[in-house]
Design a protein around this ligand. Structure first.
Ligand code: GTP
Ligand code: MG
Length: 297
């Protein structure tokens, strides 16, 4: 139980808390959460991007104390959306959480288009298919608190069930593999099982409900750029207080892309995010570049 004075929304998954009462864990035991430790990281998202609207100000803490953001994207069904991945990258860099791109359903589609889009970033990634060996992923998860985010149906819970074979039984909110599409309704943290021969902290994985978009109203316009490390360097040549928008004639980003130093689609994605924050775009609508099927959010 949460002590009343902590308030309704104060405790989130990943919080480290102080308890009083019966902490034996025995059936019927009752303890109270009386204190929440200072958080080492806070991953937030908002319902939309516009901080001038009530929706945009509705900020949620997705998880506390995570060290790694596992951005889960299916390669098909549903198709990958780099606009969404870009948003997650912005949120990760803003919260000082390391990103890991997890491309699922590799049995249904190839990763070339997505990986090509991120070629200029040193973005770690893993490919997952139903029969794939998870050793590489397990190694990246070991000793850390990792949180999975992604659209509904990309396979987050399926992967969690493979990583934590007892998950469905122990938690009851994670559905079994092969029972078709389902929607997780709350975030759940699970301790990863120990590998034979390995010692030390195995790490934790947090499964979260699918989201339609990753609103970024809480991220300043300046911080948005940190989600685009392939573009950051160019802005030293921008005039002071350059807004980096397409109508800013002296913005150095256009020349940077023209010189082949970054992908034009990345600049377009950055500028779409800038525009959506100023209320010019609706983040709930897929944002697509003509001819670029990957671009939606
Ligand atoms: N072909 C294929 N199907 C997969 C793979 N991973 C998951 N699926 C299927 O995709 C569907 C959705 O998987 P879930 O694990 O429920 O997806 P989720 O991301 O947890 O969805 P939400 O809880 O709604 O956010 C299920 O029918 C899975 O069997 C995969 O690697 N390949
Ligand atoms: Mg799920």
């Amino acid at each position: 139980m949460r002590a009343r004075e902590l308030g309704r929304k104060s405790v989130v998954v990943g919080d480290r808390v102080g308890l009083v009462g019966d902490t034996s864990g025995a059936p019927g035991a009752l303890a109270r959460i009386v204190r929440i430790a200072e958080r080492t990281s806070v991953l937030r998202r908002t319902a939309d991007d516009d901080e001038t609207t009530a929706e945009g100000r509705l900020e949620r803490v997705v998880v506390a104390n995570a060290d790694q953001l596992v951005i889960v994207s299916a390669l098909a069904d549903p198709p990958p959306r780099t606009g969404f991945i870009d948003r997650c990258l912005v949120a990760a860099y803003d919260a000082d959480i390391e990103p890991l791109l997890c491309l699922t359903k590799a049995d249904l589609g190839g990763p070339e288009a997505v990986l090509g889009y991120y070629a200029e970033l040193e973005l770690p990634y893993v490919l997952i298919r139903p029969d794939s060996d998870l050793a590489a992923l397990r190694a990246l998860l070991a000793g850390r608190v990792s949180v999975m985010v992604g659209h509904s149906g990309v396979g987050k819970s399926t992967l969690v069930n493979r990583l934590v074979p007892d998950a469905a039984r122990a938690v009851g909110t994670v559905s079994a593999i092969g029972r078709g599409r389902h929607t997780s309704t709350s975030a759940v943290a699970l301790r990863l099982p120990a590998e034979p021969g390995a010692d030390g902290d195995t790490g934790w994985i947090v499964d979260t409900p699918g989201v339609r978009s990753f609103g970024l109203a809480h991220v300043s316009a300046e911080s948005l750029l940190h989600g685009f490390p392939d573009l950051v360097e160019a802005t030293v040549d921008c005039p002071a207080n350059c807004p980096h928008t397409a109508d800013e004639a002296d913005c150095a980003l256009d020349a940077w892309v023209a010189a082949g130093k970054a992908d034009a689609r990345r600049l377009a994605s950055y500028r779409r995010l800038l525009a959506s924050r100023s209320g010019e775009g609706d983040p709930r609508e897929p944002e697509r570049n003509p001819g670029d099927p990957l671009a939606g959010s």
